[in-house]
Each structure stands twice: as structure tokens, then as C-alpha cells.
Write a protein that binds this ligand. Structure first.
Ligand code: PSU
Ligand code: MN
Length: 306
């Protein structure tokens, strides 16, 4: 018996080899304000469909791992007060104890792969936190992507992190990082983090070709990152960004926030203190990633010509 419950539409798409895109739920339950989150969750699914793929939002409901949610289930996840943030290591505990939880990039990657889904869209990856040399705070997202064959579409890593250290870590872990129509690694709210990407692709077909080439070479045991920047005229104002970041980091230090609460606390500070601007950018980037992920999934499901 499988421990995963696939939504019937997701199961049918799997059978047919139709394009599927996994979506994570931590961004909804812990990364966006209440009220906006349900709307964004629905928009993400609609965006994937409009680009020709089937969305599979992943979460754990009362101990049951769901790959693809009904609208009622999505609403519950976005409104309930007792939704845990589940990284990959937490999944077994959540299932055994009948908990409800949202999945991070790490746990969504593991479950997407278990469900036979290759392409996954999120906002920004977790990574190496500033001060990690002392705190050891490095997101499990990185190690899990390194050993899980998923193609993760994101707007780089969250700018609240130590971006160059995160890029170094991805290199060590042998995770390919491709810029989508850019030579600059995106900085989540910012179009350019100030660091270069090692490689660039200019179409979903090219991204799919890299994925296929890795498989042909047998170097596809782990995942790959496709980094999709916000257009420069849609990014958060860099001055505002730097001010919010300094305040957010001070707040986290002052209140001794640690572990998995750090990222939600920093994102909440941005959303509260920017009068909706960071929320606007966050929603735009995650929708753009869902669209690109669907386009790559369509390219991967299409026969190769020539
Ligand atoms: N992208 C967003 N908002 C988020 C996240 C990503 O736009 O809230 C979440 C993802 O689920 C990611 C998590 O896995 O933040 C990282 O958490 P941590 O730093 O505790 O590993
Ligand atoms: Mn952490």
C-alpha cells in the first residue's frame, strides 16, 4: 500500500505521462499572510493549468500525505491554526501522529519524487543563513535537493540568506544552477543578487534538454535548480529591501528566534513593514515560477524532435 494519496486528477496525469507540476504548501501556510494565501494557492494552480500542466499541491492532512489537494483541503491548510512546518525529517512523525502540516522545498521534493513528479515550483529556496558559521543554520532544502531528482524552479534563494555561501554549498553538493534568461543569480525580491549563475538557458526546451542530458549521462541522481528572476521593473526597491532586511535580522536577534521559525519571521516582517510591496513581489515571483515550471514540464513530456 502506498503511503501517498494522489488526487485522482494527478493519478490520471501520471498514467498518461501528462505534464505535472508539484507546488509546496509552506509558502502558503507560513510564508504569506492569512487571506492572501488561499487566493495565491488557487492562482498558482490556475497558472499551472493555463500553461498546460496539472498542479499537485503537496501537504500532510491528518497524517495523510496528499499529492494534489481539493479546494476544501487547500482552504483548510490556508486557514487552520495548527499547521506544522514540515521539512523532510518531520514527515514520518507527522504521518505517525496524524498531524496536519505544510511541506517545505525539502519535503515537497521528496514527496514529488515519490509520486513520480519531476518539476516543482516554489518562491525561493532555503539556504545558508547569515551567521551560519556560528549558528550552523543551513536549510535542509540544499542537501535534500542534492539527493532527490527534482527540477526546482525558484527565484534564487531568499535574499534574507547568505547568498554567496549558499551558491558555494550548491556547488559542493553538485547541484546544477541554471539562470533562466539571465547571467545573474536572482535575489528573490531582487532581480539580481549580485552573484553570477554558472550557466544560463533561454527557453523551457533548453532547460528540459539539460535535464535529459543529465539522465543520459547517468548524472541525474540529484536535483537541479532553474533560477527565474523577477523582471527588473517588478522587483522590490533595493533601498527598501536593504532597510527591511536590516530591521528583520535585528528583530530575529532581539527576540532570539531560531530554527525553522527564522524564515517565516523574516518574511512576515517584510510583508508587515513594506505596506504590501514585498507581498506583491513575492506573489508575482512565485506565479512566474509556476508558469515556467509548467512550461518545462510540458517540454519534458513532449517527444524530442531531431
Ligand atoms: N519561498 C517563498 N516563501 C516561503 C518558502 C519559500 O516564497 O515561505 C519556504 C519554503 O518552504 C522553504 C522554506 O523550503 O521557506 C525554508 O525554510 P528554512 O529556511 O527553515 O529551511
Ligand atoms: Mn534553518
Amino acid at each position: 500500500m502506498s503511503a501517498l494519496v494522489l488526487h485522482p486528477e494527478v493519478a490520471a496525469a501520471r498514467e498518461l505521462g501528462a505534464p505535472l507540476v508539484a507546488l509546496e504548501s509552506t509558502i502558503l501556510a507560513h510564508g504569506l499572510p492569512r487571506g492572501d494565501n488561499l487566493h495565491v494557492g488557487r492562482q498558482l494552480e490556475a497558472t499551472v493549468r493555463a500553461a498546460g500542466a496539472i498542479p499537485a499541491t503537496i501537504a500532510v492532512l491528518d497524517g495523510s500525505v496528499r499529492v494534489g489537494l481539493t479546494d476544501d483541503e487547500l482552504r483548510h491548510l490556508c486557514k487552520a491554526d495548527d499547521v506544522a512546518k514540515l521539512s523532510a525529517r518531520d514527515l514520518g512523525v507527522a504521518v505517525a501522529s496524524g498531524r496536519t502540516g505544510a511541506t517545505t522545498v525539502a519535503s515537497t521534493s521528496v514527496l514529488a519524487h515519490a509520486a513520480g513528479i519531476t518539476v516543482f515550483a516554489t518562491g525561493g529556496l532555503g539556504g545558508v543563513h547569515r551567521g551560519a558559521a556560528e549558528s550552523f543554520d543551513v536549510s535542509a532544502d540544499l542537501d535534500v535537493i542534492a539527493r532527490t531528482p527534482v527540477l526546482v524552479v525558484c527565484a534564487g534563494v531568499k535574499s534574507i540568506l547568505d547568498v554567496p555561501a549558499t551558491l558555494e554549498r550548491l556547488e559542493t553538493l553538485s547541484v546544477p544552477v541554471l539562470g533562466f534568461r539571465t547571467d545573474a543569480f536572482p535575489g528573490f525580491y531582487l532581480a539580481d543578487s549580485g552573484h553570477a549563475v554558472p550557466w544560463r538557458v533561454d527557453s523551457p526546451t533548453e532547460a528540459a534538454a539539460v535535464w535529459r542530458a543529465r539522465a543520459a549521462l547517468g548524472t541525474d541522481a540529484g536535483g537541479m535548480v532553474l533560477a527565474n528572476p523577477l523582471p527588473r521593473d517588478r522587483q522590490l526597491d533595493p533601498g527598501l529591501h536593504d532597510r527591511l532586511l536590516a530591521e528583520g535580522l535585528a528583530l530575529v536577534a532581539r527576540e532570539a528566534i531560531a530554527g525553522k521559525d527564522v524564515t517565516p519571521a523574516l518574511l512576515a516582517h517584510f510583508h508587515e513593514a513594506s505596506a504590501g510591496e514585498s507581498l506583491r513581489a513575492n506573489v508575482e515571483l512565485v506565479l512566474a515560477n509556476a508558469r515556467l515550471a509548467a512550461e518545462v514540464a510540458v517540454a519534458l513530456a513532449s517527444p524530442v524532435i531531431g
